[in-house]
Design a protein around this ligand. Structure first.
Ligand SMILES: [Zn+2]
Length: 234
């Protein structure tokens, strides 16, 4: 039997569940409390790097950050942290902060709540095992914070962080120039989304993270030229 389509229902029956679902989703998103920006008055910005660690590009990025004396935040994919624990320890030894970014980097909207919350919990414990310390910070894959995503973050007791600036360094064909141009509006409180690895690339070219690593000195110079400190998230 075919399920009845919404158009088959009386108008009132269509409206009520939809409104309740909408209200519940809104309440869950508010409760999950994903933050996007720092206090603008503090005069600081944060660089964040997702999807790593990567055995080639993460060390190159860490060298660059050390040279520039910048601390950043890394949202690590659990299965990668598990595969490269020495890299996780180096990120921490260099003074950066680590959070988790799921275990397997799923498309969150494809999973039910139980599966998604399980993936988020597992990702956090994989990162914590590699790091040897608590890692409550979390970034949802694809920035997904809607209904199920919010409920999964709450179930995983995550402290979620989104971003304010996305210079699209994940796009195949992104260049150092395009990434720096994408950050040109940088101001106090901004959180910048960057990638030292790419999960589920749109094309293999995106796996090469050289342009992001090369953009970091110019982004740091831009921030410092505007009197902004570079800080890690908390
Ligand atoms: Zn990601």
């Amino acid at each position: 039997m075919r399920p009845s389509r919404p158009a088959d229902l009386p108008a009132a029956a269509r409206r009520v569940p939809g409104a309740l679902r909408g209200r519940l989703a809104t309440a869950l998103v508010a409760r999950a409390g994903a933050r996007r920006s720092l206090d603008p008055a503090a005069g600081a910005v944060a660089l964040t790097f997702d999807d790593g660690p990567d055995p080639v590009f993460t060390p190159a990025l860490l060298d660059e950050l050390a040279r520039l004396q910048v601390t950043a935040t890394f949202f690590l994919v659990g299965r990668r942290a598990e595969a490269h624990p020495a890299l996780v320890r180096r990120i921490l030894a260099d003074g950066h902060t680590v959070g988790s970014h799921s275990s397997t980097h799923p498309d969150p909207w494809r999973l039910g709540l139980r599966q998604l919350a399980g993936d988020y919990r597992r990702g956090r414990s994989q990162v914590e095992r590699a790091a040897g310390r608590p890692a409550p910070l979390f970034r949802p894959p694809k920035g997904y914070v809607n209904g199920t995503g919010a409920a999964a973050m709450l179930a995983a007791r995550a402290r979620p962080w989104l971003w304010t600036i996305d210079p699209h360094d994940w796009e195949p064909g992104a260049t150092t120039e395009s990434i720096v141009a994408g950050v040109s509006g940088l101001g106090g409180g901004d959180v910048v989304l960057l990638h030292d690895a790419i999960e589920g690339p749109l094309a293999p070219a995106a796996l090469d993270r050289s342009a992001t690593v090369a953009a970091v000195p110019a982004i740091v110079a831009l921030a410092r030229g505007r009197g902004l400190q570079l800080t890690a998230l908390a």
